[in-house]
Design a protein. Structure first.
Length: 91
């Protein structure tokens, strides 16, 4: 006895085939006309580092680093104060 597939099963198989073909061919369409210079980050880095756009970001990073260090120091001091009792207290 042979089992025939329904129209929904054929449509699902066709859809799966198209999806697999599309997912594998996306790399071909991205790289078909690519040159080695397209993947060279040096011009982009020179443009970014040569401009003044990076300095505000570095200043904000430094400020955030110091603020986080200060917050961690305050949290450690608070934890120390909350978990220890002074000598002679609560006798």
């Amino acid at each position: 006895m042979s089992h025939t597939h329904s129209l929904a099963e054929w449509a699902a198989f066709l859809s799966l085939g198209i999806a697999v073909h599309a997912s594998f061919s996306v790399f071909w369409f991205l790289l078909v006309d690519a040159h080695r210079s397209d993947f060279d980050p040096r011009p982009w880095l020179a443009r970014v580092l040569g401009s003044e756009a990076l300095y505000p970001l570095l200043r904000e990073w430094d400020t955030a680093r110091h603020a986080s260090r200060e917050a961690l120091r305050d949290a450690a001091a608070l934890l120390l104060l909350l978990t220890t009792s002074p000598k002679g207290a609560l006798r």
